[in-house]
Design a protein. Sequence first.
Length: 288
Amino acid sequence: MIWNLGSINIDKFYGVTHHPAGGETLAAHSFSEGLGGKGANMSVAVARAAAPVSHIGAIGREGRWTRDRLLEYGVDTPHIHEIDVPTGHANIVVDAEGENTIVLFQGANVRLTESMIGAALSEASAGDILLMQNETNGQEYASHTAQKLGLRVAYAAAPFDADAVARLVDRIDIMVLNAIEAAQLEEATGAPLLALGIRDVVVTLGADGCKWISDQGERAFEAYPAQPVDTTGAGDTFTGYLLAGLDRGLGMEVSIDLALKAGTLMVMRHGTADVIPDLKEIQDHFGL
Ligand SMILES: Nc1ncnc2c1ncn2[C@@H]1O[C@H](COP(=O)(O)OP(=O)(O)OP(=O)(O)O)[C@@H](O)[C@H]1O
C-alpha cells in the first residue's frame, strides 16, 4: 500500500491573447479547469499502475469534486479532509504563444495536522510506502512516524527546497528528482548525490530517460522514443509508476522500465491527472 501525503489542486486555465500588463483588465477567450497538484497526479499514477494508494490531504468545500474524481480513478480517499480553507488552486494564464504564468494558492494543502497524518499512518503496515512531495506541510512528522512504523519513505523533491531536503534526508529511502533538482541538490550540499546516504536515488532526464544511483553505483536507462506534445505531469507519472512497481514487489529495474514507458505515453498527451495512462494502455502501446 502507498500512503501519499500530497497536494490536491484545482488547475484553472485561462486562454488569453497576451499577458495583461499591470493595471490592465483582460477578458479570457477560454476557460477550463481540472484536477492537478503533484500529489493528486502521483496518486492517480499509482492507481493507474494497479497498486493500492490512499491519499492523505486536505481540500475546501468547493473542491469536493476533486476527492470524487480521485475516488473514480481508484484512489482511496478517507484521509482527504474537508476543511474551512479554500482548496489549493493554480490560476494558469496561457497566451497565444503557449507561454504561461501561474499564480498558485496553496490553501488547504498546507493546513494538514499531525492528527490527520497520524490517523492515516496508524492504518499502515510495515513494508508499506509513504510518498511525499513538497507541496504540503507535515513531511517531517509523516516521515518520522512512518520510519517508526517500518514503512519505506519515498520523496519527490519537487518543488525543490534545499532546507526541506536537509531536514528529511536521514529518513528517506527512495528519492526521485529531475535533472534540475538534482543539480540544485548537489549545489546545496556541495556533494554528489551518492554521498547523501539515501538507499535509492532516481534522477529523471527527460528525453534521455533516467539514472538510478545506489550503493551499487550509477546505472543509466534510456527513454523510449516519443513525439512530445506536452511534458506536464510526465515526472509525476514516472514517480507514481516507479513506486507502484516497487510496492508490487517488481524490483527497481522493472519498475523503472514501467515508469519510463508511462512517462513516454504521458508526453504524447495534452493534460495532467485526467490523462495518465493505465497499464493496459502501456501494454497496448508497447506490444506487451
Ligand atoms: N521527450 C521525451 N521523450 C521520451 N520520454 C520523455 C520525454 N520527456 C520526458 N519523458 C519521460 O518522462 C520522464 C520524466 O521526465 P522529466 O525528466 O522531464 O521530468 P520532470 O522535469 O519532472 O517533468 P515535468 O515536465 O512533468 O515536471 C522521463 O524520465 C521520461 O521517461
